[in-house]
Design a protein around this ligand. Structure first.
Ligand code: NAP
Ligand code: MG
Length: 401
């Protein structure tokens, strides 16, 4: 059988530890035998980031802008322990943070649904995709611990010197103060990324804030979304048969719990931080969660939502057997290949991505899975496979299909 040809390369960002091991296995077993794989390879492994003074991360983000689609392996975000472990020149920034800033992107996280791994919320039949605004609010705050009585004011000084001044509170004793901000530019990018992704995946988009209480701050989010929607997206949404729906955050939370799923939930930064952990744990496992970074200009970077699975890697280094789940990393590849196929009009590549996803799901549904899933599945008679044999089992299913 001829291998599937590609016209444009994918930007391939290799990573660290156990996921780097899985990365190679996935390529060798599931991709290279079937695709004439064209990638522009960037090694974001911590050693190479250190050697290049992190230039490789910046280069990989630039390449993503150029080609439009990237697939990324999980990477170590250095901390004090990693400084010593890898003898680092500097505590390099999180690659994900660097790439997100370069692409001005929004991250969409979605669970992979299989029979036998049931969500805790029993009416969730379809995935809920969570989009988190990744700039500002409480994550870029200024805080004061107020020592005692006094007046707190909010002051904005324009470039021409004019002032806007509001009293926050007249303190009669000690307390606390916090200043937060966001920008119309960042909210606009977020809104566009959400609308584009909804069109792309043909799912309704929900957005919620607390605009009844925060009549200027949160209301600004609501207004920007509404304005962009009406100006640029309302017609496209109608044609696609999908809806944009705005409500209050508490109402959204209540509705999400009663919903069937199958929509995108856009959240402000803090809401997204909290709700993404709730949604992902309720769907079963971080190892079954995909993540895609979408820029407002329509550039895509696919990855797994989990990290480098360090604990398994250390076992692997000691020569012990591991049973690490490669599903989210496989879906990062299929997501990227499908998108590449879509942009290049390469139907074969798109069909390959669909089929590999089906084979992966079917393998689990037939009872062959890694240990993390075996611990939570409702299926009987499961076979627990090691990291490598699980990938080989997927290949067998794929070949049979
Ligand atoms: P992690 O790699 O997500 O793993 C945490 C634990 O979750 C694992 O020890 C394992 O539990 C379970 N797990 C996660 N993925 C799994 C999989 N595919 N299969 C089976 N079990 C899985 O998080 P971490 O250990 O806190 O972080 C390790 C490194 O990853 C850190 O250096 C961090 O900076 C980095 N990180 C990178 C990204 C990214 O690149 N996007 C995201 C998060 C973290 P058991 O040990 O109980 O089996
Ligand atoms: Mg969090």
């Amino acid at each position: 059988m001829d291998k599937i040809k590609m016209t444009t390369p994918l930007v391939e960002m290799d990573g660290d530890e156990m996921t780097r091991i899985l990365w190679k296995m996935i390529k060798d077993e599931l991709l290279l035998p079937y695709i004439d794989l064209k990638t522009e390879y960037y090694d974001l492994g911590l050693e190479h980031r250190n050697e290049t003074n992190d230039q490789v991360t910046i280069d990989s983000a630039e390449a993503t802008k150029k080609y439009g689609v990237a697939v990324k392996c999980a990477t170590i975000t250095p901390n004090a322990a990693r400084m010593t472990e890898y003898n680092l020149k500097e505590m390099w920034k999180s690659p994900n943070g660097t790439i997100r800033a370069a692409l001005d992107g929004t991250v969409f996280r979605a669970p992979i649904i299989v029979k036998g791994i049931e969500p805790c919320v029993k009416n969730w039949e379809k995935p809920i995709t969570l989009a988190r605004h990744a700039y500002g609010d409480v994550y870029k705050n200024t805080e004061i611990k107020v020592p005692g009585a006094g007046k707190a004011e909010l002051v904005f000084t324009a470039e021409d010197g004019t002032e806007i001044r509001e009293t926050i509170h007249n303190f009669t004793g000690p307390g606390i103060l916090q200043g937060i901000h966001n920008t119309d530019k960042s909210i606009t990018s977020f809104a566009k990324a959400c609308f584009n992704y909804a069109l792309d995946t043909k799912q309704d988009l929900w957005f919620a804030t607390k605009d009844t209480i925060s009549k200027k701050y949160d209301h600004n989010f609501k207004d920007i979304f509404q304005e962009i929607y009406e100006k640029e997206y309302a017609k496209k949404f109608e044609e696609a048969g999908i809806e944009y729906f705005y409500t209050l955050i508490d109402d959204a939370v209540a509705r999400v719990m009663k919903a069937k799923g199958g929509f995108i939930w856009a959240c402000k930064n803090y809401d997204g931080d909290v709700m993404s952990d709730m949604v992902s744990s309720a769907f079963g496992s971080l190892a079954m969660m995909t993540s895609v970074l979408v820029s407002p200009s329509g550039v895509y970077e696919y990855e797994a939502a989990h990290g480098t699975v360090q604990r398994h890697y250390y076992k692997h280094l000691k020569g012990e057997e591991t049973s690490t789940n490669s599903v989210a990393t496989i879906f990062a590849w299929t997501g990227a290949l499908r998108k590449r196929g879509e942009l290049d009009g390469n139907k074969e590549l798109m069909a390959f991505a669909d089929k590999l996803e089906k084979a992966t799901i079917q393998t689990i549904e037939e009872g062959k899975m890694t240990k993390d899933l075996a611990l939570i599945t409702s299926l009987k008679d499961v076979t627990v496979l090691n990291s490598e044999n699980f990938i080989k089992a997927i290949r067998e299913t794929f070949e049979k299909m």
